[in-house]
Ligand binder design. Structure first.
Ligand code: KIV
Ligand code: ZN
Length: 395
């Protein structure tokens, strides 16, 4: 079902920030052991860069980032830092045992952030950016620079900063939509403009980092990629500050299922997405909404009779991807008041019952009565209905 009409696909790098931006959301704190388990799974799943935390934030964060750096086999391990020298040194220290490591420096570049949050002039922010990237490059070859609140930054100033930090050695340039304000068209155009206007832009990889305040984080991320970005920053289940970040499972599957519209590939083993979602949900105690795309419990569940009938005839009637492609063993036809006779018969057969037409008619009528009273009818309820029917027939 995955689109195949595109032969050459550009590689997009997946930068997972579940353990940093994700953990930053209220109530999502993970223990040391939980962070290690999540990092191991991300590495196994094929995430290219794991942002393991913000080492200067606390000793706990420092220890977790260091241990993740030591044990990660494949992925690059990144540590976040402000432009402050101590932050950069702590990040460098924490990631130094990784096979491949990155320091990720961020600084606000929008007028509102520079004036009120940093209380710095644009020239000061520019100087801080250059100094911090230079310092980080003395520790490590792989340095990312992020223009916090990039989508509300004046484009001329953004271009000046990007050019200067690339000269100072930044290898990845991230333009975050920190407050989830942009739209797909705007974000795509922003990347095109910056890449066109900055003379040395081809020396760095451009990155998207989208928050979901208006529910557009995934659409914006994909638009940024169309504008030339080749790194997507995202989190499992889309957890993150406020309304969260772009969900990793959604961006990955959007590119896979709609390869005709998004001719890009990632290194993610999508069959591990459901496992990752469950692990992060358990570790953070953040439930996954039932109707969440890709990993919600209803993502491959059908209740209405018309849909169930269609699904029994051909799965592509109501599913655009195979459940197995994201690690779900099978589609579920949920038995409820909207279910039809065809689905009910199929359910009975799956449970090992072969009923005559008369029996089926009787059990189906009882099932409908029950379904009017109960939200979901479980297998045990159906067993009881069949047993009742058999018992009545023997009376
Ligand atoms: O949203 C944001 O701007 C961030 C930066 C630290 C990259 O998370
Ligand atoms: Zn963020």
């Amino acid at each position: 079902m995955t689109s195949t009409n595109q032969t050459t696909k550009d590689r997009v790098v997946i930068f997972d920030t579940t353990l940093r931006d994700g953990e930053q959301c209220p109530g999502a704190t993970m223990t040391f052991e939980e962070k290690l388990a999540v990092a191991d799974l991300l590495d196994e799943m094929g995430v290219d860069i794991i942002e393991a935390g913000y080492p200067a934030a606390s000793n706990g964060d420092f220890e977790a980032v260091s241990e993740i750096a030591r044990r990660t086999k494949r992925a690059i391990v990144a540590g976040l830092a402000r432009t402050i020298p101590n932050d950069i040194d702590r990040a460098g220290e924490a990631v130094r045992f990784a096979e491949r490591s990155r320091i990720h420096i961020f600084v606000s570049t929008s007028p509102v952030h520079m004036k009120y949050k940093l209380q710095k002039t644009p020239d000061e922010v520019l100087a801080m950016s250059i100094a911090s990237v230079t310092r980080a490059r003395n520790l490590i070859d792989d340095v990312e620079w992020s223009a916090e609140d990039g989508t509300r930054t004046e484009v001329d100033f953004l271009c000046r900063c990007v050019e200067a930090v690339i000269k100072a050695g930044a290898t990845t340039i991230n333009i975050p939509d920190t407050v989830g304000y942009t739209t797909p068209d705007e974000y795509r155009a922003l990347f095109r403009t910056v890449r066109e206007r900055v003379p040395n832009s081809d020396k760095a990889v451009f990155s998207v980092h989208c928050h979901n305040d208006l529910g557009m984080a995934v659409a914006n991320s994909l638009a940024g990629v169309e504008g030339g970005a080749r790194q997507i920053e995202c989190t499992i289940n889309g957890i993150g500050e406020r309304a969260g970040n772009a969900a990793l499972e959604e961006v990955v599957m959007a590119m896979r299922v709609r390869g005709d519209a998004y001719p890009y590939e990632t290194g993610i083993d999508s069959t591990m997405l459901t496992r990752a979602s469950k692990m992060v949900s358990n570790a953070t105690s953040f439930p996954v909404q039932y109707n969440k795309a890709i990993v919600g419990r209803n993502a491959f569940a059908h209740e209405s009779g018309i849909h169930q009938d269609g699904m029994l005839k051909h799965t592509q009637t109501y599913e655009i991807m195979e459940p197995q492609s994201v690690g779900v063993s099978k589609t579920s036809l949920v038995m409820g008041k909207h279910s039809g006779r065809a689905a009910f018969r199929s359910k009975l057969e799956e449970m090992g019952y072969r009923l005559s037409d008369n029996q089926l008619q009787d059990v189906f009528a009882r099932f409908k009565d029950l379904a009017d009273r109960k939200k979901v009818v479980y297998d045990e309820d159906i067993e009881a209905l069949v047993d009742e029917n058999i018992a009545t027939a023997h009376d």
